[in-house]
Design a protein. Sequence first.
Length: 355
Amino acid sequence: MQVTQDYAGTVYGGLGHLLFEFYQHKGLAVPEKLLKIQELERFDFRVWRDLLSALEQKLQTPALGLEIADFVQPRHLGIVAYLALSCETLGEALMRYHDYHRLIYDGSPLEVRVENDYLSIAWAEVPFNLMTQLTDEVAMALMMKFVRSLMASDEVTLHEVHFRHSPSKHLPLYEQYFHCKVRFGQAQSVIFMHVSELAKPLRQGDHTLQYLLRQQAEALLEKLPNTSQIDQRIQQAILTGLQKNMFQIEHIARQLHWSVRQLQRHLQKQGRTYQQRMQEVRSMLAQQYLKDPNLSLYEIALLLGYSEQSAFQRAFKQWTQLTPQQWRAEYLESIAQENITEQPFKNGLSTPYQI
């Protein structure tokens, strides 16, 4: 199917929540258009652009996108944020952000390049007429605000920031925010930093969705067959690989300090292939993730290393003879029935053993 040149994509619903909270902070009446998207998982980018433009016209505030970005919390970015919170270095967090950026905005991929000792992160492929200075600065400021919130001690230092739109007379506000040289009227909207920044450590995120997912996943590994110490290491390596989108056999063998052939021979002794073992882990994780109604099927597919939701759905049907939607519906129904059964006892009402 051919994509039209004016395709703008969709944005994560959490950004609608962010804008709603900004309106409340400013004491402004929330427009109907913003209220309508509060329950949506995703909404059209044009709606996001129009909401920002309307707010800009109302407030007439310079560098408004930078002010909006200061309100960002992990919940506004969804699973991308929680995955980044578990990373150890800035480079690893940016890799997660790059891998899963489309969960936040799927209309334009991030282009990450290294040239002459500098890393560039660019927003590309969206028609210029669909973007505004405000949408660009919100996207870039959101990312940098969140990344800076992850830093353990050292501040992330940028080299330059480029914007595609016309020069701003409020340039000092942008340079104060990004702590670097800012240029307007450039070919792309880009953030530049020295590659040495990637090694900077992050503080470890506790009590996050990522932490909970990891704990749940590790508990599930114990249910898998052949849970010897070696097999637990294999299963843990696959789990970590899936979460980092590096689950090919070469990566897993390297984590174990084995050759690919050594890993294959070990699994062959158990009558397994690497693909079968990985699918066992995926199946267990999929069922655990489906128990969380806050995770969409698209997010679960990416957490399991699938590039397309349809591929995850086909695989899940092979594992369980049910679609993910059917499995989740049956699980939620069973939980509801349990709650109905248990509620009288929780309320201190009569029990079957009372006389």
